[in-house]
Design a protein around this ligand. Structure first.
Ligand code: UDP
Ligand code: MG
Length: 315
């Protein structure tokens, strides 16, 4: 009998949970009972609504539901990590609570796992359901990330995937603060497979990824997989220095050999502003990396679990 756990990070997803649970239970009941035992692990990521109450309510009704609850909002990636850390299973499937990751794809993830793949990723086709902004930001993010990064990350991959026990063990050892699963998974290696799907529309509520969270995830994604931004600052710095030397020569010439030295005020202001802005940008890049070192050095836990209820079977 193989144990499969579905990990669902939830941040203010009260309305979605009963429906998701129903869909998942349907999927489970269509799988051979003698082969698999399924459990759902909800990770309440510091929701401000009654998500935790809803989870507890569902747990009363269904014996195959477990949960963790964070002391505050630690973020989607940490919620997935907590599930991976706390759950004992032969395979883990991570998926969103809002039904954008179709539960009906689960049998296909399992089928590929049975074929021998240790990681089965999913990749969404661009769908009409997605807003133009979401498509645009997602596209440009992956384009930039793949330009800058050493691991190749497929555009459209989401955190809907199956992980074998072997992979779970490796992931438990990764204790970096700013985890970015979409980068870590290709980095891990193992035999991987990707299946495509059309995302559904979010069932209830609005996206929990505000523009701020999205930018912060993008910065994490880039700075934890690449030091190219640092290198870019060196090249830009070098280029500007060369330009500045030529301009200096020109300024000296004007000063010594002509009498129109006061001219050129505009170009002075322009270049001062430009170089000033650029220096701030480069400092920002440096600061981002130094900040990362600072945070990692404190070795704080990635998340704090306030409540946990996981059945013996799953431990
Ligand atoms: N989520 C979370 N913590 C957060 C933000 C999101 O646990 O701080 C969960 C959310 O409840 C959902 C999943 O992560 O199950 C994906 O979030 P969302 O659907 O809002 O992202 P989108 O699909 O818009 O990228
Ligand atoms: Mg969503």
């Amino acid at each position: 009998m193989k144990k499969i756990s579905i990990i669902v990070p939830c941040f203010n997803e009260k309305e979605n949970l009963p429906y998701l649970n129903q869909k998942l239970q349907e999927v489970f009941s269509n799988q051979p009972k003698e082969k698999y035992s399924f459990r759902i692990v909800f990770v309440n990521d510091g929701s401000a609504d009654d998500t935790l109450l809803e989870i507890k309510e569902l747990r009363k009704q269904f014996s195959n539901i477990d949960y963790l609850s964070f002391s505050r909002n630690f973020g989607h990636q940490q919620a997935i990590k907590a599930g991976i850390d706390c759950v004992n299973a032969d395979a883990i499937i991570t998926m969103d609570a809002d039904l954008q990751h179709p539960p009906k794809l689960i049998p296909e993830l399992i089928k590929n796992w049975e074929k021998g793949y240790e990681i089965v990723n999913s990749k969404r086709f661009d769908s009409k359901n997605q807003s133009f902004m979401k498509k645009l930001t997602s596209k440009s993010f992956y384009a930039l990330l793949n330009k800058l990064s050493y691991v190749k990350i497929e555009p459209g991959t989401a955190d809907f995937r199956l992980l074998d026990k072997k992979v779970i063990e490796q992931l438990r050892n990764l204790n970096e603060q700013n985890l970015f699963f979409r980068g870590v998974i290709p980095w891990l290696g193992f035999s991987q497979h990707t299946i495509d799907y059309y995302p559904d529309e979010r069932k209830y509520g609005k996206t929990k990824y505000t523009a701020k969270k999205m930018i912060s995830l993008a910065i994490t994604g880039i700075t934890s997989f690449s030091i190219k931004p640092l290198r870019i600052s060196i090249f830009v710095g070098l280029f500007l220095s060369v330009v500045a030397i030529f301009y200096m020569l020109y300024a000296l010439y004007i000063g010594f050999f002509t009498d129109k030295a006061i001219e050129g005020w505009t170009s002075v202001i322009v270049s001062v502003l430009f170089i000033g802005g650029l220096q701030l940008l480069m400092l920002g890049i440096l600061g981002e990396y130094i900040g990362k070192i600072f945070i990692e050095n404190k070795k704080r836990p990635n998340y704090i679990i306030d409540q946990i209820d996981i059945s013996n079977e799953n431990q």
